[in-house]
Design a protein around this ligand. Structure first.
Ligand SMILES: [Zn+2]
Length: 246
C-alpha cells in the first residue's frame, strides 16, 4: 500500500519522459533528494503544469508507491520567476540547482542546505550584492554543511597564528609562510582569510550583506574554485557558460 506524503520541495531538474509526462528531481524538506514522476505535467490544462518546472518551490503532495513517487498536486509558494528575467541570475541559478543535485543525498533530509539554497536563489533574484559573490558565499557555506569546511583559524600544519599567507586545498586550509609547500598553494591576504572565517562562522541571514574589493574577491574565488575541484572532483555544466563572462 502506498500513501500520500506532503512536503516542501524545490524542483532541481526536469526531464521529459514522453509527450505528456516529466521526471522531476526534487530537493524535499523531509526526504532529501528524490526522483518523482509528474504524470500529464506537459499537458496545457494540467494542474501540475506550473509547479513542475525548475526553480519551483512549494508544498508537494506526492503518492509514495513501493518504488516510485508520483506527484498528485503542487501548491506553489515561490516560483523564483524573476530569475528568468536576467540571464546572469538565471545561469547562476542553474548552477546552484546543479550543485545541490550533485551534493544532496537520496532520502536524506538536510534542512540547512534547503534553507541555504532558497536564500541564495532569492539573493540572485534581488541582486543587492554582486551575483558572483553570492555564488562564492553559497559554495563555501554548502561545503561546510557537507562537513568539508576548510580550516582557516590557524596554520593547519603547525598551528601557528602568524603569517597565514597561503591556502592549500590539498592540506585543507590556511598555511603559514614556513609550512607552505608545493606549487598549488594560493597567496591570500588578511582580508581574504577574514572573509573565509566570517562566512564559515556567521548564519546565512548575515552573509549576503557585504561586497569585497577586487583583490580579495579574486583570491576568494580562486580558493573556492580550487577547493571545490579538489574535494568534489566534478565539473559543473552551468559553469562552462559562466566562464565566458569572467
Ligand atoms: Zn605552519
Amino acid at each position: 500500500m502506498g500513501a500520500e506524503i506532503v512536503t516542501k520541495a524545490l524542483v532541481l531538474h526536469e526531464m521529459p519522459i514522453s509527450d505528456y509526462d516529466k521526471r522531476l528531481i526534487l530537493l524535499t524538506k523531509d526526504y532529501g533528494k528524490i526522483t518523482t514522476f509528474a504524470k500529464g505535467a506537459k499537458k496545457s490544462n494540467s494542474k501540475l503544469l506550473a509547479g513542475s518546472q525548475i526553480f519551483c518551490y512549494g508544498d508537494f503532495h506526492i503518492y509514495k508507491g513501493r518504488n516510485t513517487y508520483n506527484i498528485n498536486q503542487v501548491s506553489l509558494i515561490e516560483p523564483f520567476y524573476n530569475l528568468r528575467k536576467n540571464i546572469d541570475a538565471l545561469t547562476y541559478g542553474l548552477y546552484i540547482l546543479e550543485f545541490v543535485e550533485f551534493i544532496s543525498v537520496e532520502n536524506n533530509a538536510d534542512h540547512e542546505i534547503m534553507k541555504l539554497v532558497l536564500k541564495t536563489l532569492k539573493q540572485l533574484e534581488l541582486g543587492h550584492i554582486s551575483l558572483a559573490l553570492i555564488i562564492k558565499i553559497f559554495e563555501l557555506k554548502a561545503m561546510s554543511y557537507m562537513g568539508l569546511s576548510p580550516w582557516v583559524k590557524n596554520c593547519i600544519l603547525c598551528n601557528s597564528t602568524e603569517n597565514l599567507n597561503y591556502f592549500s586545498s590539498k592540506d585543507g586550509g590556511v598555511l603559514c609562510n614556513e609550512c607552505r609547500t608545493g606549487k598549488n598553494t594560493i597567496l591570500i591576504n588578511k582580508g581574504t582569510k577574514y572573509t573565509l572565517e566570517y562566512i564559515l562562522e556567521y548564519p546565512i541571514e548575515q552573509l549576503f550583506r557585504f561586497e569585497l574589493d577586487g583583490v580579495i574577491f579574486d583570491q576568494f574565488k580562486l580558493v573556492m574554485e580550487q577547493f571545490i575541484e579538489y574535494n568534489l572532483n566534478k565539473k559543473f555544466k552551468a559553469l562552462d557558460f559562466l566562464k565566458l563572462e569572467y
